[in-house]
Design a protein around this ligand. Structure first.
Ligand code: GEK
Length: 287
């Protein structure tokens, strides 16, 4: 690992310890403690695929999914709580004064809440965007809950809309936390180019995705280990199989190599993986 002493002057400024800020105490809160503080969080367990279905419909981010989403994503995505909380920590290093922080495909706003807990840069505001009406409605309730519990949080706007149609404002942080994989593959480069063009110097895109692997053995091993992770989290073989067939038409993962090439083609100058747990990873891309 690179020691602080060897970090180039260009990046060193980001890692200088910042003075304590009134919001600093919020950063000590565990990741999910204020996910829905002040409002009635759905604690419903994910049993959406527990019964045999005559025909498994394509997965959609509808009200049924919204109801169980916090449970579903934690039990399905290895490393999700670590990624979300650290995304806030990373974002604080890239946030520029008076700029926008985007949470694209915000779902229930877990990343938005982490950004609000960790970023202390003056004049920043968060824009969360999702095209699922059910997600947006519940996300707004959760953020109202966060506002009612804590002061001095960054202002936030939640937009119901397609991120492909978004007019980007100058931004210092863009989070695509497990969202790009739901965008049609032929639209991905154009979206990333528009994000790259909106990013201010010193800013970053943080991109988390499920991965596929070009090496068949590596792909098979990490797929099997992901199934073991889901089993260990209480999903049955039927649930795992039915969820897989629901999601395979709507979620198209890429390999790490494809992500890197596409990000560079979209104009990013540097791509740095910062986290991987089984077949799920998160990357920092610098404009
Ligand atoms: C989290 N980031 O908790 N425009 C806007 N939103 C979209 C689009 C689109 N074109 N396509 C999909 N979505 C979150 C988790 S979930 C990932 C993100 C998952 C939204 C979709 O409605 C859903 O809420 C989100 O992207 C993907 O950190 O469930 O595996």
């Amino acid at each position: 690992m690179q020691s602080v002493g060897t970090i180039s002057a260009k990046y060193a400024r980001r890692f200088i310890r910042q003075p304590a800020h009134p919001r600093a105490k919020l950063a000590k809160m565990p990741a999910f403690s204020i996910y829905a503080a002040g409002t009635a969080v759905s604690k419903d367990p994910d049993r959406l695929f527990a019964q045999p279905l005559a025909q498994v419909p394509d997965f959609a981010f509808n009200e049924d999914v919204v109801r169980v989403f916090p449970d579903m994503i934690k039990r399905s995505v290895p490393g999700y709580p670590t990624i979300v909380e650290n995304l806030g920590v990373l974002a604080a290093q890239f946030a520029q004064p008076n700029s926008v922080l985007y949470d694209l495909g915000s779902s229930l706003g877990a990343v938005t809440q982490a950004l609000r807990r960790h970023v202390r840069t003056d004049g920043c505001r968060v824009i969360a965007v999702d095209n699922s009406a059910a997600m947006v409605e519940r996300c707004r309730e959760y953020l109202n809950g966060q506002d009612s519990m804590f002061q001095e949080l960054l202002p936030v706007e939640v937009i119901e809309g397609d991120i492909l149609a978004l007019e980007f404002q100058p931004a210092s942080v863009v989070a695509l936390n497990f969202t790009l994989q739901f965008i049609a593959p032929d639209q991905r480069t154009a979206l990333l180019s528009r994000i790259q063009q909106s990013l201010l110097p010193g800013g970053a895109l943080i991109l988390s995705e499920k991965l596929r692997f070009n090496d068949p053995e590596e792909h098979a091993l990490l797929t099997d280990l992901h199934v073991a992770f889901k089993r260990a989290n209480g999903y049955s073989e039927l649930e795992i199989a039915q969820k897989r067939s629901a999601i395979e038409n709507v979620m198209k993962p890429d390999s790490l190599e494809e992500h890197r090439e596409r990000l560079l083609a979209a104009g990013f100058s540097k791509v740095v993986p910062w986290f991987q747990c089984l077949n799920f990873a998160s990357l920092i891309a610098l404009p």
